[in-house]
Each structure stands twice: as structure tokens, then as C-alpha cells.
Ligand binder design. Structure first.
Ligand SMILES: [Zn+2]
Length: 97
């Protein structure tokens, strides 16, 4: 596999083609190596990958609808769910009291 130069990678990211690279583990490591992002930022993105993101249910990954979403704070972090059912399932999974 050919190694992309930093400029090419940046160009791809700017054009939107490589935007998701940062959420991919290999891409993240490369960005840290290149000094594009700090290890802290990479860790933050890793967390975002695990916990889902605003707009998606943290339990099942379903797209959230404004009228039915459930918002909760767990250990200082905000999570969104598509339903109270998913909130309960997520808490079970993460063993949140
Ligand atoms: Zn859900």
C-alpha cells in the first residue's frame, strides 16, 4: 500500500473524502504521529467512537428524533438515547447504578 503524503491526506480531508479517517484507529495513530492531533485529542475521539455521538442513540445507534430523544448525564458526560428503553439497556450494559 502506498503511503500518502501529508499534503495529499490533508487535501483529501479538505475535500471531505478522508473526514472519517480520524475516527478510524489507524488514521488516528497516523494523525498523532504526524502531529496533526495530540494524543489527548485522539483519546477524546476514541471516546466519541465508543459512546456514540449527539444525533445517534448511544445504545443502539439509531438516529435520534427530537420528539423522542432521552438525554442523560453519566459520570459528567452527556448521552443521548432514542428511548427510555435504550437508556435502561445502556445503563445495564455499562453497569451504571
Ligand atoms: Zn436506541
Amino acid at each position: 500500500m502506498m503511503e500518502e503524503t501529508k499534503d495529499e491526506l490533508r487535501k483529501d480531508m479538505e475535500s471531505g473524502e478522508k473526514e472519517e479517517t480520524v475516527y478510524d484507529e489507524t488514521g488516528r495513530e497516523k494523525l498523532v504521529e504526524d502531529g496533526e492531533i495530540s494524543p489527548d485529542e485522539a483519546g477524546f475521539m476514541e471516546g466519541a467512537e465508543d459512546d456514540g455521538e449527539q444525533g445517534k442513540c448511544a445504545n443502539c445507534g439509531a438516529a435520534l428524533l427530537d420528539d423522542s430523544l432521552v438525554e442523560t448525564k453519566i459520570e459528567g458526560k452527556t448521552f443521548w438515547f432514542c428511548s427510555a428503553h435504550c437508556l435502561e439497556k445502556y445503563k445495564e450494559k455499562k453497569q451504571v447504578p
